[in-house]
Design a protein. Sequence first.
Length: 350
Amino acid sequence: MTLTVPALAAPTPGAKFERTTVERRDLGPHDVLIDIAFAGICHSDIHQAREEWGKGIFPMVPGHEIAGTVAAVGDDVTRHSVDDRVGVGCFVDSCRECEACLAGEEQFCAKGAVMTYNGRQYSGEETYGGYSTQVVVDERYVLRIPEGITLDVAAPLLCAGITTYSPLRHWGAGPGKKVAVVGMGGLGHMAVKIAHAMGAEVTVLSHSLSKKADGERFGADHYVATSEEGALKGLRTSFDLIISTVGADLPIDQYLATLRLDGAMVFVGLPPTPQSFRVGSLVGGRRSLAGSNIGGIRETQEMLDFCAEHHLGAEIELVRADDVDRAYERVVASDVRYRFVIDTATIPAD
């Protein structure tokens, strides 16, 4: 027996969204049925719905920033109860046996984590994401959303929040550390908030000063327009850590020169073309150039607890189901401050 739920789907690559229904599996002994209240719109949703990252599975129901409440639980569920506030992020299963999974780094599962949408369960069944009203997920991959964060601003934390928290934590952002955030969009604004809450001295490196007031409000100590001549040269050996959140080409050697001894530049944004740099830019200061993905379940829960403790949430614009196509266009045009979130109550047809 399966559950039929309302959803928004892209029927073909690049097509406008249509109201439809999807089948959710029957509740297994370790499953949690979640009433989805809000679903964030991530730029990766757009890339996949438009088949810009390779062949997709259609019809596609995107959405891996899911926040809601527990509607029902399987007989053997111990981690969650009915009415709990919960979230689901970028993956909904993993092999649970490989070195990465056993270390709590399920996002790097050797078998391949099962993505929340545009993926397949190990049984071969396709996955459908959060642009819907309900979802069934194994309890191991359901996160607790603490009191102190409303569900709407919590939804983007399940991707944008953990994507920036993980490298900040891994590379030791905190008191006495100087952190630069490249770009201040959906990812960047969360990086600024989290790095500031960790106690680091935060600098935003943005193309222009158009978001300077916001950056300072989020906790940035400094805000630099990289388009100004000599801006990066004036920052030589300034930072312990650079988090690049942009999907554009960068003059990497110039950015590496702003790192102090043993500093690291970490990519969380995905430029579409190969990047280049001189090896000398690394060896001259024992610098590192690295990348980071999302986080495992344990670290994602840690991030949610941290955000609740520090009263952090995403800056959002709430949209209705009918507005999703327009929201996609605005994201591509960088016309959002700073994350669109879908009110899933508007998905069912009137």
